[in-house]
Ligand binder design. Structure first.
Ligand code: ADP
Ligand code: X2W
Length: 260
């Protein structure tokens, strides 16, 4: 199936997404494209954990997830955040269906490192047929990043990683990370294009750090498949649809050779 656009909405920017953003998602549908939303919700999870006085820490950018943390993560992502995004997508005239990666084994995972991280999973397989079926029904899937392993145990998955795996499995034409910055910033300005090689350099020299690392890692992983580039855009200004050039950073395999 062609025309699939995977849009990852970061928790950092959920409150900044405009009505135009959601209307433009249903416009994509009218233009014959197939938007699939994958969302995070890190700040909402932090807030709920704090309210419940549950401690959690990040190890290598991933939330150490005990069983009580997992309960909270599921409650926030599958409940509050997922349903809020379904609501807003439908207010934008799209017909959305909210689900989590554990539903119908959509996102199969294996543990990353049980001792170090607890219930944190990394994707190993995606039930692409299920998403295709939903798309065939003219629905817009809105997916929370809770994975499931072969024993039926649920796992917390970084939302960028989940989006990359879903885009790859669907053979998506576009993967767009919507976040709270204008793209990959260097010396205070967003870079229009960044190559794979530069991404490695920027991680090494600290230009890229923290929450940007799983995004660029997922982007690099996806570039190994059929995607020509991956975008990182600011949720404050993002709107999709034909003729509406998205700003932000494009991550590409390599720059086009310059003509001499
Ligand atoms: N080079 C960089 N350019 C832009 N943002 C960066 C860079 N390096 C690290 N970051 C951080 O990455 C953050 C986005 O990641 P994150 O907070 O996880 O957002 P999201 O919830 O959208 O996934 C930015 O707000 C910024 O603090
Ligand atoms: C394993 C892990 O770290 N999972 C993330 C899932 C949410 C997420 O990734 O949200 P953002 O996109 O807003 O960062 C977490 O618990 O915060």
């Amino acid at each position: 199936m062609s025309g699939i656009v995977v849009i990852k909405c970061g928790g950092s920017t959920l409150e900044q997404l405009s009505d135009d953003f959601f209307q433009s998602i249903s416009k994509l549908k009218q233009e014959g494209k197939h938007p699939v939303l994958v969302h995070g919700g890190g700040p909402d999870i932090n807030q709920m954990l704090e309210q419940l006085s549950i401690e959690s820490e990040f190890v290598d950018g991933l939330r150490k997830t005990t069983s009580v943390v997992l309960d909270t993560v599921e409650m926030v992502l599958c409940g509050r955040v997922n349903k809020q995004l379904v609501k807003r997508t439908q207010e934008g005239e799209g017909l959305a269906i909210g689900l989590a990666g554990c539903d119908a084994n959509l996102l199969m995972v294996k543990p990353v490192n049980v001792e170090k991280l607890g219930y944190v999973g990394e994707p190993i397989e995606v039930n692409a047929d299920l998403i295709h079926t939903l798309i065939d029904q003219q629905l817009i899937p809105v997916i929370a990043p809770i994975g499931v392993d072969e024993n039926g145990t649920h796992f917390n998955v970084n939302a960028d990683t989940a989006a990359g795996a879903i885009a790859e499995a669907l053979g998506a034409n576009e993967l767009i990370f919507v976040t709270d910055v204008d793209g990959i910033l260097k010396d205070g300005a967003a870079l229009a294009t960044v190559t794979e090689e530069e991404v490695h350099q920027f991680i090494q020299n600290g230009v890229i750090y923290g929450g940007m690392i799983p995004k660029v890692r997922a982007a690099l992983h996806s570039l190994k498949g059929s995607l020509p580039f991956v975008r990182i855009v600011n949720g404050k200004h993002a709107v999709f649809s034909a003729g509406n050039g998205l700003s932000g950073t494009k991550i590409v395999k390599q720059t086009a050779p310059t003509l001499s």
